[in-house]
Design a protein around this ligand. Structure first.
Ligand code: AMP
Length: 208
């Protein structure tokens, strides 16, 4: 067994697909964004350091991220591998990751830039179960979230100003990882500008 990386720009649907892939593979989702938001909320030293970068839509320094990941992958549920969502985001992060776990697949969910803003603005998640929704593209069902206890959460950085910075950081610092993983034979591209089920189908196809 090994770990999977879900790769793609902000708003590509990595979190949505992570939930679905988790049901099929049993690999736990490890989202550095979720871990950082929890740290900010709890007011830990990591959270205090990360908050300014996150509010501006910039990447948090590699050392902060790598310390979080090193701890996380030592937990019991990670021993057969994990599914990284939003990590790695820089070449130094990817290099460090190689020393920590074996990556078997990097699944890139491709969405054109001009679709990103509308996908990010309008997004919500259920605080109870983590399900991801969108006001237009994937609304909360009329009878509520499947978990039965919908608690709407919206991210502070899901606004038009921050999105453009996040997209800029993606192109400058994260997109070069595509070639880096391609050279290592691990990179698989899936068209993310389609129905959620079709994307899940193709991602699972790559894994099988
Ligand atoms: P996300 O939830 O993945 O969109 O991440 C939200 C924010 O957390 C990003 O805009 C960054 O400020 C920060 N962040 C999350 N993951 C990373 C990472 N791997 N490297 C650097 N910053 C990150």
């Amino acid at each position: 067994m090994g770990s999977i990386v879900l790769f793609g720009p902000p708003g590509a649907g990595k979190g949505t697909q992570a939930h679905r892939i988790m049901e099929h593979t049993g690999l736990p989702q490890v989202s550095t964004g979720d871990m950082l938001r929890a740290a900010v909320k709890a007011g830990t030293p990591v959270g205090l350091e990360a908050k300014g970068y996150m509010d501006r839509g910039e990447l948090v320094p590699d050392a902060v991220i790598l310390a979080l990941i090193e701890d996380r992958i030592q937990e019991a549920d990670a021993k057969n591998g994990v599914m990284f969502d939003g990590f790695p985001r820089t070449i130094p992060q990817a290099e460090a990751l190689q020393t920590l776990t074996t990556i078997t697949h990097v699944l890139a969910i491709e969405v054109p830039d001009e679709r990103i803003v509308e996908r990010i603005c309008g997004r919500s998640t259920c605080g109870q179960c983590g399900a991801v929704y969108h006001d237009t593209f994937n609304p909360v069902p009329a009878d509520g979230c499947a978990c039965g206890n919908f608690q709407e959460k919206r991210r502070a950085d899901d606004n038009e100003n921050t999105v453009l910075n996040r997209l800029g950081a993606y192109h400058e610092q994260t997109a070069p990882l595509a070639a880096w993983y391609d050279e290592r034979g691990l990179f698989h591209r899936v068209d993310g500008d389609r129905a959620i089920d079709e994307i899940t189908h193709d991602l699972l196809g790559v894994l099988n």
